[in-house]
Design a protein around this ligand. Sequence first.
Ligand SMILES: [Zn+2]
Length: 350
Amino acid sequence: MSLSLSLRKDIRKARLFNPMRGFEMEEQVLERRFDPLTGLSTFVVKGRFQYVEKYFNTDKQLLERLIKTSKSNCPFCPERIELATPKFPKDVADDGRIKVGNCVAFPSLYAHSDFNAIVVLGPKHFAYPKELGADTLAEGLEAGLKALKAAYGASPDLAYGTIIMSYLPSAGSSIIHPHMQALASNAPFNHQRLLLIKSYEYYIQASRNYWVQLIEHEKKAQERLIREGNYLTWIAPFAPLRSFEVWGVLKEPLTPTELVSRHLAELADGLSKILAYYEDRGILCMNFALILPRFGTSQEYFNPQIRVCARFGLIQPFISDFWALATLLHETEVVESPEDYAAELRKYFH
Ligand SMILES: [Zn+2]
């Protein structure tokens, strides 16, 4: 069977008389790309980053002010964390919290799903993305995964988990102190469900693991491949759903239980390189999600994977990147092609 995937790319054109050019006829080329697994589409508008770059930046003075004013009653700072943060029930963690290195996991005070842990990434009230470092990120991921494993051990219906991060308010975080969250429920989260179902259907129809085939394709094409590691392959997706989106895909369809420190260390190392790349481009705000298959069931169709993306920054006039087209029609526009930023990112992975 061929290792190539068919990647659908429609070239579309918008036509207008442009007042900036004396009302000359202008044709703007938009590539509409379709994800080969999910069919979800995205408009790739190359070379428009310059125009929107200012929205990705963060106002450092405003950020420093927020850091200062939030520090005095931050529940995640070392002087308050013991008394101000909740504890797990005994069947999840004997002494109430899960500690890995500098990182601490405990229940979210306001649960967003039936299992919801916060993982505080070290004692420092604020760290710029580059200061977070691969070691702290690895400890955070390990604490999050330990929490998910413990939750599943205590309640086997908590079989669908994820570890996510929202960095800074415009990426959705209400607390400045860097943290991740681990969430689980008895049914998958929406995009996790879509990926699991589509991967399973692909496996049944093609008798192949889609993710293994995708990586083979990208290795051959050499357009969006960023780095092949020991356990993970890093690529820019053909049809990114979010800005500067990068995927780190485990090479094997491991269960969450089979994910261990060596996988997380490589994952955190890649993540820290992506954050460094973002920061060098003036992008601080970001999200990631580690998407996992179901706990407790061996399977051959879905490889655990992390998805990382850039978000608009904390800067006046506080434009959100979730405008109506994205929020209600789930349609995306990205302003730089994945091939271009993959080439940039390769330099960070060597
Ligand atoms: Zn703090």
